[in-house]
Ligand binder design. Structure first.
Ligand code: ZN
Length: 293
């Protein structure tokens, strides 16, 4: 698949195309974003563009081999169960990183460079991240490494700091719609039952769920802002709740809405910096649910 056929990630694709066009390709990339955002498809499309003499024409022998996973200079590493226990936890172990290191030290066999894609790089265990860091510190010639991971903190900062980070947005798909629905339900419940319910519900929130909810409230605040400004419902992310948005928007002042948006941004940052998910969610819920009740 060619880069231009990657949907829904215009910023990531633009960044990679620019690197190709200006021939300023980094030694290592970290594709960071949620599963399902198209990170792996993009990594493979980028790899194809890096290997193809015409930057990923999609039609030549190189592109066809790369697309089929048969290109000698494209290596995809994924976590595997332990050799002794096929049902054990999947991981990228030190042995796999050593093998990568060996392959990376060789000349490309077909193209002008080699590309390594590490899928689920957050599953590097034990000494693997440290060994991988060595490879990053002395990048082998004509080699591009692409790490795929869900969050930047999923790997040591020393590793990430040597990668160019490419962010992938969550897809506006069914999963995101489901989280938005949950976020709205939570809002309604907390409004109906008050602060006690808020504390009870926030208690059992893990980080992943908190991130999803914060994003949902962020979009809710954005929609409220649009509704407040009299924008047409077609512009709302929560277009299915246009009625609720129209009723709620007048209860907020513009300033309050702008502060709520800022609060969501801060909450997202706080979660990235390890503030407990419970506190973050309580803070947001008290603004959204209790304030506008
Ligand atoms: Zn090609």
């Amino acid at each position: 698949m060619a880069l231009e056929r990657i949907d829904g990630q215009p910023r990531a694709v633009a960044l990679l195309r620019r690197a190709l066009e200006t021939d300023r390709v980094a030694h290592a990339y970290a594709f960071v974003g949620p599963a399902g955002a198209g990170r792996t498809a993009t990594a493979l499309a980028f790899a194809q563009a890096l290997l193809c003499p015409a930057r990923g024409c999609g039609a030549c022998h190189t592109c066809r081999l790369a697309a089929a996973g048969q290109h000698g200079d494209l290596h995809v590493l994924a976590p595997t169960p332990p050799e002794t226990n096929p049902k054990g936890a999947r991981a990228i172990r030190i042995g796999a990183i050593r093998a990568l290191e060996r392959l990376a030290s060789l000349r490309p066999v077909m193209a002008s460079r080699k590309v390594f894609v590490l899928d689920e790089a957050e599953r590097m265990t034990g000494e693997a991240p440290q060994a991988f860091l060595k490879t990053l510190e002395e990048p082998p010639a004509s080699t591009v490494l692409i790490l795929i991971l869900p969050r930047t903190r999923a790997l040591p900062a020393t590793v990430l700091s040597r990668c160019q980070i490419v962010r992938f947005e969550p897809r506006q798909d069914d999963a995101a719609a489901a989280v938005r629905a949950q976020a709205f339900e939570l809002l309604v419940e907390v409004r109906a039952k008050g602060a006690d319910e808020m504390f009870r519900r926030a208690e059992r929130t893990d980080r992943e769920r908190a991130e999803g909810l914060v994003d949902a409230y962020w979009l809710w605040a954005r929609d409220l802002l649009l509704a407040h400004a009299g924008a047409p419902a077609a512009l709302f992310v929560n277009a299915d709740r246009a009625g609720e948005l129209a009723r709620e928007a007048p209860r907020w002042t513009l300033d309050e809405l702008l502060r709520a948006v800022a609060l969501c941004r801060e909450a997202r940052l706080a979660l990235a910096h390890n503030v407990t998910p419970r506190l973050t969610l309580e803070m947001l819920l008290s603004r959204f649910a209790l304030r506008a009740a």
